[in-house]
Design a protein around this ligand. Structure first.
Ligand code: MV4
Length: 661
């Protein structure tokens, strides 16, 4: 076995690999860019080597820097994680040349699967079910129309070098075929410097189901069941699970056996994933093979009880697989949610900044958190904005989903925007509970984008009761402290008003053993919890039902976060509530006189001067974010009064750029 390995990656996957290596008694070397000097993976590894500037093109993607880092530290093997260099044949070849083992597949398998036309041909030859279509590069638009007609509409035009939805077009008639052919080709040329495109039948409303395979260097190849990853947003996976609620045993077996046949056809070694799309009649078709460890591998680990990273390392060291196909019996169910630093209510723009608070749910008890961050650390704009992967399991799908909902409620993050409200809304969808997914689920369920999660009446009542409990517990603590001063004793009134947004609820709160009883209208709710003031998480029961609520002080009120909803609550005595009703409302600040940055980014240009009159629609400034130039335009005619930020400034969301008169 290797004594020392290098991890050519960062973030959660680098940490994930280090954990397994450590358990196996293998020393680890991290590599890091200038932006990652304080990153968790650097701290966790036994050694770390700096490999250059923040931009990954100058650090994590430079083959030679990784090879040099191996030489300097005498690392015998490299785990590439996912992304970066993980599927680059030349990287594996360069390591081999330097006498370093690549913990992954052979360069030739990576090359064969990196090209869609080639991999589809190989799959067809290995008797793997492929989408009906034409298996060669199409030279002209006329030819494309002829082929599309013979395949039958609708068709999909795809770039052979494509990925992530790039260079992909749907065509439903000859005209769309001509247009799609031209645009797919030019997109493929500019994105991949390879303009070959092919055509296949378009599968409507497909599910994305992939098979995990594992092969050693001795010809043993097995499949470890499937993962369903149909819930995606713009080709970005959001929720994954194993097994798939859609497959029956014969389909599962057929897909597994075909995945193994394909792996064998390219003499595959290491862990790999064969992607299929599955139509509503459970016909399945090969899409592509990913020659790496995938982000969502933990759900397979949960149901198989295997450590895929350990197996990859053992295979790379020349060991034989310690089991056969018949030994693999997946058990239970696992769901993974990807927690991203992004604002789901603003079109999912990435959010950067410091993790002022980062308290993941407790691990164990069928909850796993894979993260590469820590409280106080930074989410930078240079890399993927994933904060963590949250994986929950159970004996049944319902149990795994129930744990996921609770774990999301307990996941406490402050300082950056994150998608937990969106994830909570997704896992609460009846359609998700029923397992009726397709790759269009998010677009269909959130046609206007994400406008915030919603709570039912019973859940809202439970939160009113929790607010009353929290307030009472906090007031009692205050009374104990101030009660120590003579003449400052407090009398606790049981009658209170809980204000929830615009609504107000009269409640009566009476102390009980381990909590309070809250009476409101026809309902009486028993709140039981060991929560103490200052704790960010309320965990307890309301009427016997387990409930997790995040508690933040909010002026003299409380912000309660649960089920993806943040509720501002204010608990008052009856008298204070009557007085408050007489108080004038403070108007929110008028921001219409300002141009605010809609996203975090770099102010690259200010196009106006102080005193200038601008017309509606006129360009005011340019903000660069995520490699995109965003031109900010005047919403109405106005005169520039002040300019608050200079070109070159890095902007936070809602930071003032220009003020108008
Ligand atoms: C398809 C398809 C329907 N029919 N091919 C998207 C990414 C790339 N890997 C292949 N993709 C698709 N290929 C045919 N013939 C639908 C998709 C597709 C998709 C596939 C898997 C997961 C999410 C998806 C979202 C949109 C489209």
């Amino acid at each position: 076995m290797f004594k020392k390995i290098l991890i050519a990656n960062r973030g959660e996957i680098a940490c994930r690999v280090i954990k397994t290596a450590r358990r196996m008694g293998i020393k680890t070397v991290a590599v890091y860019s200038e932006a990652d000097a304080d990153a968790l993976h650097v701290n966790m590894a036994d050694e770390a080597v700096a490999i250059g500037p923040a931009a990954s093109a100058q650090s994590y993607l430079v083959i030679d820097k990784i090879v040099q880092a191996c030489k300097r530290t005498n690392a015998e093997a490299v785990h590439p994680g996912y992304g970066f260099l993980s599927e680059k044949g030349p990287f594996a070849a360069a390591l081999e040349k330097a006498g370093v083992t690549f913990i992954g597949p052979t360069p030739s398998a990576m090359a064969a699967m990196g090209d869609k036309i080639e991999s589809k041909k190989l799959a067809a030859k290995a008797k793997v079910s492929t989408v009906p279509g034409y298996l060669d590069s199409i030279p002209t638009a006329d030819e494309a129309v002829k082929i599309a007609k013979s395949v039958g509409y609708p068709v999909m035009i795809k770039a052979s070098a494509g990925g992530g939805g790039k260079g992909m077009r749907i065509a439903r008639n000859d005209k769309e075929t001509r247009e799609g052919y031209a645009s797919a080709r030019s997109e493929a040329k500019s994105s991949f410097a390879d303009d070959r495109v092919f055509i296949e039948k378009y599968v409507e409303e497909p599910r994305h189901i992939e098979i995990q395979v594992l092969a050693d260097a001795h010809g043993n190849t097995v499949y470890l069941g499937e993962r369903e990853c149909s819930i995606q947003r713009r080709h970005q996976k959001v929720l994954e699970e194993a097994p798939s609620p859609f497959l029956d045993a014969p389909t599962r077996k057929a897909m597994g056996e075909q995945a193994v046949a394909l792996a064998k056809a390219v003499k595959y070694r290491s862990a790999g994933t064969v992607e299929f799309i599955v139509d509503k009649d459970r016909n399945f078709y090969f899409l592509e093979m990913n020659t790496r460890l995938q982000v969502e591998h933990p759900v397979t680990e949960y149901v198989t009880g295997l450590d895929l990273v350990e197996l990859m390392i053992r295979i790379a060291a020349g060991e034989k697989l310690p089991f056969q196909q018949k030994d693999i019996k997946p058990k239970g169910w696992a769901v993974e949610a990807r927690v991203y630093a992004e604002d789901p209510t603003r079109g999912f723009v990435p959010s950067t900044g410091r993790l002022v608070r980062y308290r993941p749910p407790a691990e164990g008890d069928h909850v796993r958190v894979d993260a590469g961050v820590y409280e106080g650390g930074e989410i930078s704009m240079f890399y993927d904005p994933m904060i963590a992967k949250l994986v929950t399991g159970g004996a049944t799908r319902a149990e795994a989903i129930g744990r996921m909902r609770q774990a999301l409620d307990a996941f406490y993050i402050r300082g950056v925007r994150h998608n937990i409200p969106f994830l909570s809304a997704l896992v609460a969808l009846p359609r998700f509970a029923q397992g009726r997914m397709s790759t269009n689920l998010i677009a269909e369920e959130f046609p206007r984008g994400f406008e915030g999660a919603k709570l039912g009446a019973a859940e809202t009542r439970a939160l009113v009761a929790v607010a009353a409990f929290v307030h009472r517990t906090s007031a009692e603590r205050d009374a104990r402290i101030s009660g120590q001063l003579p003449g400052h004793g407090r009398k606790m009134d049981n009658a209170m008003v809980v204000r929830l947004g615009d609504a107000a609820e009269d409640v009566a709160v009476t102390p009980a053993d381990g909590g309070v009883d809250v009476a409101m209208g026809d309902h009486a709710l028993a709140v039981r919890s060991a929560w103490a003031p200052g704790e960010p998480l309320f965990t307890g029961t309301v009427d016997g039902h387990a409930l997790v609520v995040q508690i933040d002080r909010d002026g003299i009120g409380w912000r309660l976060t649960h089920g993806g909803v943040a509720l501002r609550t204010l608990v008052l005595s009856r008298f204070a509530a009557q007085m408050l009703a007489l108080m004038p409302e403070k108007a929110p600040p008028d921001t219409s006189r300002f141009l605010l940055s809609p996203m975090p980014g770099l102010l690259s240009q200010v196009a106006v001067k102080i005193g200038q009159d601008v017309k509606a629609g006129e360009a005011l400034a340019v903000v660069e974010a995520m490699k995109m130039e965003n031109v900010l335009r005047a919403e109405r005619d106005a005169k520039v009064k002040t300019i608050h930020a200079a070109p070159g400034a890095s902007l936070a969301v809602d930071q003032k750029i220009i003020e108008f008169e």
